[in-house]
Ligand binder design. Structure first.
Ligand SMILES: Nc1ncnc2c1ncn2[C@@H]1O[C@H](COP(=O)(O)OP(=O)(O)OP(=O)(O)O)[C@@H](O)[C@H]1O
Ligand SMILES: [Mg+2]
Length: 363
């Protein structure tokens, strides 16, 4: 069965696939135990009706498992909707969340945000470069498969020849950071239109078919928002937690709150909030000005009882270094004396990274 010839996926085929989905540690599956009540067409959507007892987090986890199973079997999940009916007395679901640890990686941390363009990728690169400077082995998985930017920020203009050994992808090493991004595999400026099954498989392959070797920290640069990709990524892997990046504007803060809510729902630990582009540092005089409202990140952290990890100034040097493919925090003696605005940024990252390390080590 190929995806292309499925206008409406065949209900019996879906049922067969779903019989590989477990809803708890038990060996039984959601079909055998009668949790799948119906598979029906509604307009251009296929609705899978599941009746169970469980919290929203468990429902979301089960949905991710269902969609992953369908994807793996080449069924497009774009038009599949999982409808949950909370039924008292129905089997309680407790699908395993984040069951897989990646071998030889001590800590896995996601970097996320609600809004796009707030500086997740920049922060991911700089956190990794700071970790490397501190003597840790760090890696980056560019989880942004629609708009991968880690490659460009590391100085790769287009595709990169990626080695495969023993059927595993070998990450590229740049600035001391091991990294893998979809941009290594696709040409720059070519829009990527991942369709359901490809997406599911790509994510899974990306997560589990990379030979990272020993790593102290693997950072996952998440795509913006709170959609299916984020959900799959965070459900399939045993994360130590997520760092939320926001900018000080009201809209970004609102979206950050939404992202925090999603991670809470799926029981991913929020390590803290970082406010990026908090104040503008003048490259000439080194003085800081709050262009946007100040302390927004701190205030939502306080309101939601989440730790505030620090603020990173808005600096032309940060932006330029991203453009030049050289993370600002990888600056060393070979690149001359850093200016005062650069120093401020380096200090900010150092502080943030120290707090992250403390948090995951005492987990
Ligand atoms: N502190 C900063 N000072 C100046 N420019 C910054 C700063 N942080 C990020 N930028 C710039 O802002 C732009 C967006 O950053 P980035 O790509 O990291 O955001 P993102 O959240 O990953 O975006 P997307 O949601 O598209 O993945 C980039 O041009 C980057 O160089
Ligand atoms: Mg990004």
């Amino acid at each position: 069965m190929t995806k292309d010839n499925i206008e409406f996926p065949d209900a019996s085929k879906i049922k067969e696939i779903l019989s590989g989905v477990h809803y708890s540690d038990a060996k039984t599956n959601i079909v055998e135990d009668g949790l799948v009540k119906d598979i029906k067409q509604d307009g251009d959507k296929t609705i899978i009706v599941v009746e169970a007892a469980g919290e929203r987090a468990e429902m979301l986890a089960l949905e991710a498992h269902i969609k992953t199973a369908l994807s793996k079997a080449n069924v497009s999940v774009e038009k599949i909707k999982v409808q949950f009916n909370q039924i008292e007395g129905a089997p309680p679901i407790s699908p395993q969340v984040g069951v897989r640890r990646l071998d030889k990686i001590k800590h896995i941390i996601a970097v996320g945000s609600g809004k796009g363009g707030v500086g997740k990728s920049t922060a991911t690169m700089n956190i990794a470069a700071t970790l490397v400077k501190m003597g840790y082995k760090a890696g980056i998985l560019d989880g942004d498969i629609y708009g991968p930017s880690i490659g460009r920020m590391a100085g790769y203009e287009s595709t990169v020849p990626v080695k495969i050994e023993n059927e595993k992808i070998i990450p590229v090493k740049k600035h001391g950071i091991k990294m893998i991004s979809f941009s290594f595999l696709i040409e720059a400026n070519r829009a990527v239109v991942w369709r359901g099954p490809m997406l599911g498989k790509a994510i899974e392959q990306f997560l589990f078919d990379i030979e990272w070797g020993d790593l102290d920290y693997l950072l996952i640069d998440l795509p913006p928002g709170t959609g299916d990709v984020q959900l799959s990524l965070v459900q399939l892997i045993d994360l130590d937690g997520v760092v939320i990046i926001t900018t000080p504007q009201g809209v970004a803060l609102q979206d950050a709150r939404r992202a925090i809510d999603m991670f809470d729902q799926v029981k991913v630990k929020i390590l803290g909030i970082v406010e990026n582009m908090s104040e503008f540092i003048c490259p000439h005089c080194g003085k800081g000005t709050h262009i946007f409202s100040s302390e927004g990140g701190q205030n939502i952290a306080k309101g939601l009882e989440i730790d505030f990890l620090g603020e990173i100034p808005l600096s032309k040097t940060v932006m330029d270094s991203g453009e030049k493919g050289f993370p600002i925090t990888a600056v060393d003696a070979a690149h001359g004396e850093p200016g005062s605005d650069t120093l401020k940024v380096l200090k900010a990252y150092e502080n943030i990274v120290k707090q992250i390390i403390k948090k995951v080590d005492t987990k």
